[in-house]
Design a binder for this molecule. Structure first.
Ligand code: PEP
Length: 253
């Protein structure tokens, strides 16, 4: 069981318009009616919904995060958005280095490292994603790949407060497949070891390590019970309040 306060974060990706505030309202209502103590909850909606959602959730139990940012504060970068703008809109964290950004936008670890620093510059938490592809897994390269990503994508100033690491095996995202509990345990323990070696017991030990990839209510309890799993990053099952609540309540004792 995790010694760090768990975080259950939903990544809505490119899904949702204003009417989706109904699901957010249902989520907040569900958490009010049936509180799950000692768990942080976050929704990362599309950028257009960050400001209205953060206003709706002001003072409530659901934090609002973003899914990506540019490295710069401002400038001639058509279509991009800075971490400062996301903070201004009410985001408290930014997911950086999601495998869909790595694959679809050719994002490198070096760029992700800069985006994490941009998040911190704006006073936000960086949720840095790492994880192997299926091919890498089949060649037995999982730990090598994840270690390399941690080394290059996590900046030197990472602390327990400003950084969350999300281990998301690429092949498990949106596929309905998950690694075995033993495999999650092995990878998370290795990530913890690397972080403690680099950042020390307090910072490296206190950094939250989320598991992501096909988490749903039916498998959340066993995945969240793994040592060094401090919560989940959830895609598909975060879009419906009932599904997401089912995952969050896996933390109810
Ligand atoms: C994700 O994309 O971060 C994710 C974990 O997606 P899903 O839960 O749908 O697999």
């Amino acid at each position: 069981m995790s010694k760090n306060t768990p975080l259950v974060a939903g990544n809505w990706k490119m899904n949702g318009q204003r009417e989706q505030a109904l699901e957010l309202g249902k989520l907040a209502e569900g958490l009010d009616k049936n509180p799950v103590e000692g768990v942080d909850v976050m929704i990362c909606p599309p950028t257009t919904l960050i400001m209205p959602f953060s206003e709706l959730m002001k003072g409530g139990k659901v934090a609002i995060g973003a899914q990506d940012c540019h490295t710069l504060v401002s400038g001639a970068n058509t279509g991009d958005i800075s971490a400062e703008m996301l903070a201004d809109a009410g985001a408290t964290a930014i997911i950086v280095g999601h495998s869909e950004r790595r694959a679809d936008h050719s994002e490198s670890d070096a760029l992700i490292n800069e985006k994490a620093q941009a998040s911190w510059r704006a006073g936000l938490v960086a949720i840095i994603c790492v994880g192997e592809t299926n091919g890498q897994r089949q060649y037995g390269l999982t730990l090598d790949v994840v270690r390399r990503q941690l080394k290059n994508a996590v900046p030197d100033g990472a602390t327990a407060k400003n950084t969350v690491i999300a281990y998301e095996p690429v092949w498990a995202i949106g596929s309905g497949l998950t690694p075995t509990v033993e495999d999650v345990d092995k990878v998370h323990n290795d990530i913890r070891k690397v972080l403690v070696e680099r950042f020390g017991d307090s910072e490296g030990g206190g950094m939250r390590l989320l598991y992501g990839g096909s988490v749903k209510a039916s498998n959340a309890k066993e995945l969240m019970a793994v040592e060094n799993v401090d919560g989940a990053l959830v895609g598909g099952a975060s879009l419906k309040a009932d599904d997401f609540l089912g995952i969050i309540t896996s933390y109810k004792s």
